[in-house]
Design a protein around this ligand. Sequence first.
Ligand code: AHM
Ligand code: MG
Length: 358
Amino acid sequence: MTDVDQSLDLDHQHLLDRDCTTLSRHVLQQLQSFSAEAQDLSALMNRIALAAKLIARRLTRAGLVEDALGFTGRTNVQGESVKKMDVFANQVFISVFEQSGLVCRLASEEMEKPYYIPENCPIGRYTLLYDPIDGSSNVDINLNVGSIFAVRRQEGEDLDGSAKDLLQNGRKQIAAGYVLYGPSTMLVYSIGKGVHAFTLDPSLGEFILSSENIRIPDHGPVYSVNEGNFWQWDDPIRDYIRYVHRHEGYTARYSGALVGDVHRILFQGGVFLYPGTVKKPEGKLRLLYESAPLAFLIEQAGGRASTGTQDILDVIPDKVHTRTPLVIGSKEDVTLVESFIQERDREQKEREILTSQP
Ligand code: AHM
Ligand code: MG
């Protein structure tokens, strides 16, 4: 064999190796085991990938299909108008996990109470938490949307169906990630061993590894927030935004879909904020299936996620649909936002001390 033949051979080998790194194989490689739990996690991720492919297929053809776009006329448990795509995507996850033997319960933005799959419960010791379509307002205008997911072990028997064991902090998540439906469909996940991105190759119908061990920059130029809410924020958030307006090196990016905005920040650095507002003091985003999964992922990539005063992964929800303010992204940028809040708290304390003195 000549040198040229040999290097061609190596190139082919490299490309083939890459094409063979599918999601389920990657999970097993990460866990370095074929234990029952490793097999479960690999199968779980495979099912999530199937849901992602079904949703991506529907989104790709949405403008051509009857009844794919627009509102259903109903409102969900959060009082938000439900879109047909929300209902479709929610059902996709249910269908994909039925008869899987993997998941006993599913909890989602679109369902008031967790959905039980009784035939899975004797063996399926996991719960899937998910937001089937994140950024629904983008659906009808053909812009990027996402799905967000997390997996937790079921603790106890949950005989009364109250799902109390879900009301624990985000460190209980054993896997988390999102799917981004953009120019290509990407699935980004972590099982607590770094963050890895897969791109759907439509010709193979498989998610193929595209970036491994992603690290978020410690600081980045992007700040991502709905500035239309400026009048509704507390002073520290307004002060932070004034700060970025007055300093060189910042750029605003806000797509209306959290997954896309966080994806940009994961790769390029910066910070996404959805703080509390006058109308929604806890912000808009839900802890269990939006903020906590993304916090798990961003921490795994070396970033931070905070409510402004507490790490998101330490927050204990009081119900399945609890909301929290969210500040997520590069370490230094999240810490900077927090410093404005701490400064206000310090000033408040000083004032209290002064007024309490005789
Ligand atoms: P959704 O899951 O109902 O689509 O709501 C979540 C979305 C996020 O993707 C996005 O960051 C945010 O809501 C946008 O809200 P707003 O229009 O208030 O800026
Ligand atoms: Mg959502």
